[in-house]
Design a protein around this ligand. Structure first.
Ligand code: CMP
Length: 138
């Protein structure tokens, strides 16, 4: 089935000049852009986006990092989007990300891991709705 996922190009990848290369890899991977914006998260908005992780020991560091510079938020469409996108980006920890994946090529650490990818259809829907209205999806 055709479905959707949500990604962010994180502050490290933006600051290191990788927006274009990452979008190229995503499009070459067969994903269509449904919605996209360049935006900086605040402590409040990043905290809300990652509320599911609020009890985890890395939450404070995660919110700090995600507010450190602008990000690119994107909704993507492809058959089998969730799983295929996770394959394209590689493991959360770039040290464990397979050769040729986006995190293998562009990420430095588990926090500065270049991109986010939704882990389920339900979370993709929630995360996309966090950033985009119905009038911003094409
Ligand atoms: P992301 O998939 O965007 O969502 C949660 C983020 O927390 C994750 O990417 C990592 O960048 C970050 N993180 C930091 N430490 C950990 C950890 N131990 N396990 C999972 N995620 C972590």
């Amino acid at each position: 089935a055709t479905n959707r996922t949500f990604t962010m190009i994180k502050p490290d990848a933006v600051a290191n000049g990788h927006i274009g290369a990452i979008l190229n890899d995503i499009i070459a991977g067969g994903f269509k852009i449904v919605a996209m914006k360049y935006i900086q998260l605040t402590t409040e908005t990043a905290g809300a986006f990652y509320a599911v992780h609020s009890a985890r020991p890395f939450y404070g560091e995660l919110v700090n990092f995600m507010t450190s510079g602008p990000i690119v938020a994107v909704i993507l469409e492809k058959e089998n989007a969730i799983e295929d996108f996770r394959t394209l980006i590689g493991a959360t920890n770039p040290a464990e990300a397979a050769e040729g994946t986006i995190r293998n090529k562009y990420a430095k650490s588990i926090d500065a891991n270049a991109v986010h990818g939704s882990d389920s259809d339900e979370n993709a829907q929630i995360e996309g709705a966090f950033f985009f209205s119905q009038f911003e999806r094409f």
